[in-house]
Design a binder for this molecule. Structure first.
Ligand SMILES: Cc1cc2nc3c(=O)[nH]c(=O)nc-3n(C[C@H](O)[C@H](O)[C@H](O)COP(=O)(O)OP(=O)(O)OC[C@H]3O[C@@H](n4cnc5c(N)ncnc54)[C@H](O)[C@@H]3O)c2cc1C
Length: 366
């Protein structure tokens, strides 16, 4: 049976790990993903601040695929027809499957910001962001004055503001960083203690916070009152939008265009299609899009793909009400957020560093 995994995301790392531990002779598995490197977004702020090198925060999919006996195709899916079990790849090739699993993440929503063109850096895809940030940093480092705007009041927006401010301040120039959170404010999904702590960490770093909605213009962002915040670069951490290829895929989609799945992470429209991580939307429950959910769904996805191939019973992935978030709030500092609880300090950073490094190590060792 031909199983195709699309996207080297967090859940598929776990599927590859499971296949490496126990190969399934009846399965002929292919992974289609654009890059051999899968970046771990949780380590991106640390990478920007110079705490991590490239190899500290990315997984090389090549050896992992080899160990799992999986054929790796470095390309992306540009179109699919789920009624015909058919995928179209970027190089024009077609790929047929019997069983499909999607873990392609999401794209950054750049509605309102698109007119910034070259000045706009979107956080997704992460590998592309890293490349563009590297170039932007070279351009800005050492300049007498640089101006950066980060748009997005979620965890990624807050963490990236701190990270870019730290990196540019260490590069000997004067730099202004403005975080534009939108109307829902800073860290709206987190408790008030965490929100307060992050706000004061950002203010102490000298970051200006604006609780308004920004529209991109040629040389910066425009606020609703008509004020222009000029920027050399604008980083968009504005939340998730679905990949374009899903719209015409014939798959059942949620209202906002993600792959609609049940508690087994099986498509509600096609019984031979599974999806996990940001690309999926659970119709039985409201989930936030996070790496934590993608990782936790991984073992269940691995089980269900093998079970589906063998016509065995599937297991549900039970969502947890609370997830642990460790948010970077400064050089070697982080804030813990867990339901109604919050804490901050260097120990939180050390804990986060330990968890993140171990996650990467797990896939390096195979
Ligand atoms: C700065 C930052 C910090 C974050 N920190 C945290 C955190 O601390 N904790 C947390 O839980 N979440 C965090 N997140 C959110 C987290 O990044 C996402 O929720 C998580 O990456 C989702 O994982 P995924 O497996 O769905 O997709 P991804 O990790 O995005 O992986 C998707 C994969 O699919 C590939 N792909 C995409 N399109 C195609 C295509 N058409 N064809 C083939 N392959 C394709 C991509 O190249 C990639 O390999 C953070 C996000 C950012 C931006």
């Amino acid at each position: 049976m031909r199983l195709v995994l699309v996207g080297g995301g967090h859940a598929h790392l776990i599927v590859l790990e499971a296949l490496a531990k126990r190969r399934e002779a009846t399965l002929d598995v292919t992974l289609v993903t654009p890059s051999r490197w899968q970046y771990y977004s949780g380590m991106l702020p640390g990478w920007i601040m110079g705490r991590y090198g490239d190899d500290d925060c990315r997984v090389d999919l090549r050896p992992l695929a080899t160990q799992a006996g999986v054929h790796l195709i470095l390309d992306q899916v540009t179109a699919m027809n789920a009624d015909r079990n058919l995928l179209c790849l970027g190089d024009g090739r077609h790929l047929e499957y019997d069983l499909l699993s999607l873990d392609t993440g999401s794209e950054t929503n750049i509605e309102w910001l698109a007119s910034l063109s070259d000045r706009l850096l979107t956080v997704k895809p992460v590998e592309q962001f890293c490349e563009r940030w590297r170039r932007a940093f070279k351009q800005l480092a050492g300049r007498e004055r640089s101006r950066l705007v980060v748009v997005g009041g979620g965890a990624a927006g807050a963490e990236l503001s701190v990270a870019v401010k730290t990196a540019l301040s260490a590069a000997d120039g004067e730099c202004s960083v403005t975080l534009v959170t939108g109307n829902s404010g800073l860290l709206s999904g987190h408790n008030s203690m965490v929100r307060r702590r992050m706000q004061s960490a950002l203010e102490m770093s000298g970051i200006t916070i604006l609780h308004e909605r920004a529209a991109g213009v040629e040389d910066g962002v425009l606020l609703p009152g008509g004020e222009l915040v000029e920027a050399d670069f604008v980083i968009a951490a504005t939340g998730a939008r679905p990949s374009a290829f899903l719209a015409q895929s014939r798959l059942g989609l949620s209202d906002n265009g993600f792959v609609a799945v049940d508690s087994f992470h099986k498509s509600v429209s096609h019984r031979n299609v599974f999806a996990a991580g940001d690309v999926s939307a659970r119709l039985d429950d409201a989930t936030t899009r996070s790496g934590v959910h993608a990782v936790r769904a991984g073992p269940i996805l691995a089980h269900n793909l093998i079970a589906a191939a063998k016509d065995r019973s599937l297991r549900p992935y039970r969502l947890r009400r609370r997830s642990l978030y460790l948010l970077v709030s400064g050089p070697d500092k982080a804030i813990l957020s867990w339901g109604g609880l919050g804490a901050a300090g260097r120990w939180v950073w050390r804990w986060k560093d330990w968890i993140d490094r171990n996650f990467i190590k797990r896939f390096r060792q195979g």
